[in-house]
Design a protein around this ligand. Sequence first.
Ligand SMILES: Cc1ncc(COP(=O)(O)O)c(C=O)c1O
Length: 405
Amino acid sequence: MTSTSLFLGRLAALPQGSFAQLANLLDAIPPGAEPISLAVGDPRGTVPGFIREAIAAHGHRFGEYPPVNATPEWRQAAAGWLKRRFGAELDPEVQVLPLNGTREGLFLAPFILTPEEKAGGRPVILLPNPFYQCYAAAIYAAGAEPVYVPSTAANGFLPDFASLPVSILMRCVAAYICSPSNPEGAVASEAYWQTLFALADAYDFTVFADECYADIYRETPPLGALSVRRAPYERLLSFHSLSKRSGLPGLRSGIVAGGVELMQRFRAFRNYAGPQVPLPLIAASTAAWNDEVHVVANRALYAERFAAAERILGHLPGFFMPAGGFFLWLKVANGEATTVKLWREAGVKVLPGAMMGHAMIPGESRTNPGFSYIRVALVNDLSTINSALDRMAHILTKAMSEEAP
Ligand SMILES: Cc1ncc(COP(=O)(O)O)c(C=O)c1O
């Protein structure tokens, strides 16, 4: 990613956002057919009736300032879902808080954990590479040093934090981990979580577990950080969202859950800085966390889309079925060149993997772990996805035969 001069001081290092980079790449090129975008990962489902009804029934509560910790009903629903889904034993009064979507919580989290220095140096926060852009923005804004840890096919698309030098781990205050991961759809195993928590205990850092795709999976429900860590959940903040689980990104509603002391600090800080979630939206969120029927239906839609992807693109050598999430992470020769080709020849917009990644050696684009990938979001309706994938298959198959020795 390239840096931008929009910001000053510590924010000057902020990389340009993925979609701004994508616009720079494609805006001057006319699409080769009626455009279809598979670039943005916005779930586009219908809003369940019971969600609309809950908002309408509580509309009068827009007249009140909402409490930072929502309502007793929401706290019960959130802790109840975390118990059903992950077996988590959380005290609803102090260990769960609502968020305006997980992004807001993921952004605030580093601020409560970044001291002036740790182990005699600048505090470090680890993040996977490629990564959800908010992590880097949060790390820079909080004044920590980001350490990008590659997620490659060789390590199952999950960062190998344990391989880092001790000198880095000693300065580490937190690590972001995304499971199922965006963009690769990799799911952390029990052993992976155990290793990460052992490292967090050994070097005294906190795990920020971004699990907003936890309910979008192919076969087995992914284990969560809260399934493995167990009470009292020290050194853990786990983030969940209705954006993906319920297909409600416009509701802006998520959960952060974790150890008591961390959650006290998070709540106190959020009281200054975080916008509370409006009470009618809290009522809708309560209903959504309490219901699984719409989630099962939502997952079935993704299953159809992935089945279509496997049927249409499964013959490509770079194709694999991700365990979770709603993206294909497709290996090609050069992700940016392929993105331009798909747009110019077929009108299909995807995201080059490099635009979610960071070059491990500055200026050397091939050291960006996303270099050889494109990210394809399967969030449109099935017929749109079928048309886009058919067009892509034609071009990618041709490119494959041209590249073959
Ligand atoms: C990995 C990841 N984390 C967090 C988010 C933010 O989700 P929310 O809508 O809950 O803020 C997204 C959204 O695309 C995401 O992909």
